[in-house]
Design a protein around this ligand. Structure first.
Ligand SMILES: Cc1cc2nc3c(=O)[nH]c(=O)nc-3n(C[C@H](O)[C@H](O)[C@H](O)COP(=O)(O)OP(=O)(O)OC[C@H]3O[C@@H](n4cnc5c(N)ncnc54)[C@H](O)[C@@H]3O)c2cc1C
Length: 303
């Protein structure tokens, strides 16, 4: 442990917000990943600012995580500080047809607020198991909707610690990307603009999408959702299926038999199993169809 760094962290955060050697399998939906040297759970933008400044001063690498639902952490873990923006920063407030939420709020929580207040436009996101921060970075989307359609503005912190607000038209949101990802900004808060709708219709739409997820996706196993991005003109799951890889397994990691776009942690998989499975699948699909599959899942640590 870097004692000086630890002492500095204690000046910024209460001790219960600093974990040492924290297993990342507890913080990722794949349920894999070794220890992060420091696992920090700040509750304010100012604390994040001070942690980042401290990491820079002490030469300690840092990485932001939300709910870890799009993240593969190596078995050896991470030699640096993981800054989790989740439960300690998840306030949601509704004002007319706008919802302002902190980066750590879950999309499901925001969708519940939208429903409660008869606001439509966020139904698509109700079943995506990530935080608002992760969803803004990734421009998360499903069933024809994307974060891009509903974001009014996003408050971020730059690498220099400067906090500012980006209006929707400057977010440069594309398929699973945004200016936030390109510039390594940290999302602190966002305003979502919805429309007034009919509560029963909103509920029916959310229930329908939930049903579709339950019937099509292997939600009974740990995963990170769609493992590969959708290649232009194709569907990753279909390419994988047509390559004869349904149920293909490396160690405890498997191409889901229910949905070939999902790699699942079938039975005590390691991160190495998942990474190797992804490599072999990409290779086979490329050989069969000449299409390069790009991972959608982010990686942290050494592979
Ligand atoms: C069962 C299942 C179904 C899924 N379905 C969908 C789907 O339909 N559509 C879809 O788009 N995704 C889906 N996903 C993937 C995932 O939920 C989304 O990508 C989600 O937006 C990730 O949010 P997170 O908080 O978990 O981010 P994490 O996995 O914690 O992080 C993802 C990336 O965002 C960065 N990040 C996280 N928070 C912040 C922040 N506050 N500031 C800056 N950077 C940040 C991280 O550094 C990392 O690069 C699914 C995942 C699962 C497990």
């Amino acid at each position: 442990m870097n004692q000086k760094f630890y002492d500095e962290l204690k000046k910024i955060l209460p001790e219960n917000c600093i974990q040492l050697s924290e297993p990342m399998e507890r913080h990722t939906t794949f349920r894999v990943g070794g220890p992060a040297d420091y696992f920090l759970t700040p509750g304010t933008g100012e604390e994040i600012q001070r942690i980042v400044a401290c990491c820079k001063e002490q030469g300690v690498p840092y990485y932001i995580v939300g709910n870890g639902s799009n993240l593969l952490v190596s078995d050896a873990g991470y030699r640096g500080a993981v800054i989790q923006i989740y439960k300690s920063m998840n306030r949601i407030t509704v004002n007319g047809s706008c919802i302002t939420a902190q980066a750590g709020a879950l999309l499901s929580g925001i969708a519940a607020s939208a429903l409660e207040n008869g606001l439509t436009g966020f139904e698509f996101a109700a079943g995506i198991p990530g935080t608002l921060g992760g969803a803004c970075v990734m421009n998360a989307g499903a069933y024809g909707g994307e974060m891009k359609d509903v974001l009014k503005q996003v408050s971020v912190m730059s690498l220099d610690g400067e906090v500012f607000t980006i209006p929707a038209k400057e977010l440069e949101m594309g398929y699973r990307t945004s200016v936030i990802a390109k510039k390594d900004y940290i999302v602190l808060e966002a305003v979502i603009e919805l429309s007034v709708g009919d509560v029963r219709e909103i509920k029916a739409q959310m229930d329908d999408l939930k049903e579709r997820r339950i019937s099509k996706q292997p939600l009974e196993f740990p995963s990170a959702g769609s493992t590969f991005k959708r290649p232009e003109g194709y569907f990753a799951g279909k390419l994988i299926q047509d390559s004869g890889l349904r149920g293909f397994q490396v160690g405890g990691a498997q191409i889901s038999e229910k949905h070939c776009g999902f790699v699942i942690n079938k039975d005590h998989a390691t991160a190495a199993d998942i990474a190797e499975l992804m490599r072999q699948v990409s290779e086979k699909v490329n050989k069969e169809f000449g299409v390069v599959l790009e991972p959608e899942v982010k990686r942290l640590g050494e592979f």
